[in-house]
Design a protein. Structure first.
Lengths: 240, 222
């Protein structure tokens, strides 16, 4: 594989599509779609909140797949992909938590409610922070890759168990806050939600590709520096 | 693999028996945590008694952190880790052995803690079969990821600080499940408790299997 820059023609096209979709989402979500009967204007947060949550789960899926494939194939490509997935998932879980709390204020009257989804997302956020912390701790690239793959795998397996246990625990006290999109929901609102999901997934892919390419180039740059330094020392030796 | 596990567990427990670090340091640590909860929540017995299951498991989790750290501090001193690798011991055996030794130490600590909460918090200890089974599967569920992360963190310069960050979020489901199961046992409503116990069992089995698979790549590192 040869990568010469952080983007390519295809990623630039994807970037433009993402920007257009975000503009469309802003128009639909903020202007054209009507306020909800029950939730009022607060419903607009959902066009960001739900897609962000979906993108964060997509991110952790990338971490899981990348970790397993690294341990199997021992190719740094998979390690870098998992790392990119973890960082982006971290951003989207943070966004999910913030929008969830903002939505909770007018709806529940508090910024934080022990809602199963929100609680599970908070745990997911911490799991991802652990992954990023292990990567930041440094070390030889393959050692770091092995450690991150182990952390990534343990965290990925934990996600469904956390979801299940939190769901079960909270359902003893209160019904799920918003179980599904109401089937009687306004057509334009449903369409806006759909555009939101497509726009966020496009943004997710764009970020993933770019983060991966930056990480890949970083590896190459480090290698080149090392090779260059060795060559320089050799040349010095030749002269004397 | 099983024989390697027994060897490693035997060695770790022998070290503990001779050094008495768990007895002299971890048990008093757990005890002071119980006292701190008493100070924080006012020894108004109503509150403490009500939240005993949660406090018990928080104390166990914090103690597990200390015990896991101790278990891998042993490996770092005197080149224990290299000896394990050079000795040709199966990595899965190392995982099971170290894990088993930690389970034994934590299990004994839990017995002491149960006696302590009965006395200090006036907790009504009831539903013994559920209590014992829950304690066992939860301990295995705590120790399995703890052992993996202990090995992982011991190779890092930031080991003391990164271990809690890795370990505590992963065992969040154990904290929930074990607390609910204990509550059910104390209330005398075992049926709900056994369901939680099942979830804890799944967690313990999944993470033990993962640990056996993943210990090899972890021991490879220099």
């Amino acid at each position: 594989m040869t990568i010469t820059g952080t983007g390519s023609r295809a990623t630039r096209a994807l970037g433009l599509v993402t920007l257009a979709l975000c503009a469309l989402l802003a128009l639909l979500g903020l202007v054209l779609s009507p306020p909800d009967v029950a939730m009022g204007e607060a419903v607009r947060l959902f066009y960001v909140h739900v897609p962000a949550a979906i993108a964060s789960y997509a991110g952790i899926a990338v971490v899981g797949v990348g970790s397993v494939l690294y341990l199997w194939k021992r190719s740094l490509t998979w390690d870098l992909l998992a790392a990119a997935g973890a960082e982006i998932a971290l951003v989207f879980t943070a966004l999910t938590l913030v929008t969830g709390s903002l939505w909770g204020r007018p709806t529940w009257g508090t910024y934080w409610e022990w809602d199963p989804r929100l609680t599970a997302t908070a745990v997911l956020f911490l799991l991802l922070l652990g992954h990023v912390a292990v990567r930041a701790a440094g070390g030889d690239v393959h050692t770091r890759a092995r450690r991150s793959a182990v952390v990534g795998l343990l965290a990925t397996v934990d996600v469904p168990i956390v979801r299940y246990s939190v769901d079960w625990w909270r359902s003893l006290h209160q019904p799920a806050t918003l179980s599904k999109l109401d089937p009687t929901i306004d057509g334009l609102m449903l369409f806006t939600a759909f555009v939101g999901i497509v726009a966020f997934m496009a943004a997710f892919l764009w970020l993933l590709v770019h983060r991966f390419r930056v990480a890949w180039l970083e590896e190459r740059a480090e290698e080149q520096t090392l090779v260059g330094a060795i060559a320089e020392r050799r040349a010095e030796g030749g002269r004397s | 693999m099983w024989r390697d596990a027994l060897t490693v567990a035997g060695r770790d427990l022998r070290i503990e028996f001779r050094s008495r670090v768990a007895l002299n340091q971890v048990v008093p640590f757990a005890f002071i945590v119980l006292l701190l909860f008493g100070f924080a929540l006012d020894p108004d017995r109503g509150i403490l008694q009500k939240v005993t299951p949660g406090l018990f498991w928080v104390t166990v989790l914090l103690s597990a952190l200390v015990v896991v750290q101790r278990s891998f501090a042993i490996e770092r001193s005197d080149g224990g880790r290299d000896a394990l690798r050079v000795g040709g011991i199966d990595p899965a055996g190392v995982f099971l052995g170290k894990g088993a030794a930690i389970v034994v130490v934590l299990g004994l600590l839990e017995v002491a803690l149960l006696a302590a909460v009965a006395v200090l918090y006036g907790a009504p200890l009831r539903g013994w079969p559920l209590l014992v089974v829950t304690a066992f599967v939860s301990t295995v569920g705590i120790v399995a990821p703890g052992t993996v992360y202990g090995a992982l963190a011991s190779g890092l310069r930031v080991r003391e600080t990164v271990l809690p960050l890795l370990f505590l979020p992963v065992v969040a489901p154990v904290m929930i499940g074990a607390t609910r199961a204990f509550e059910a046992a104390f209330d005398g409503s075992s049926a709900a408790g056994w369901r939680w116990c099942g979830l804890l069992g799944v967690f313990a089995v999944a993470y033990t299997a993962l640990g056996m698979l993943l210990f090899e790549p972890l021991l490879e590192e220099s």
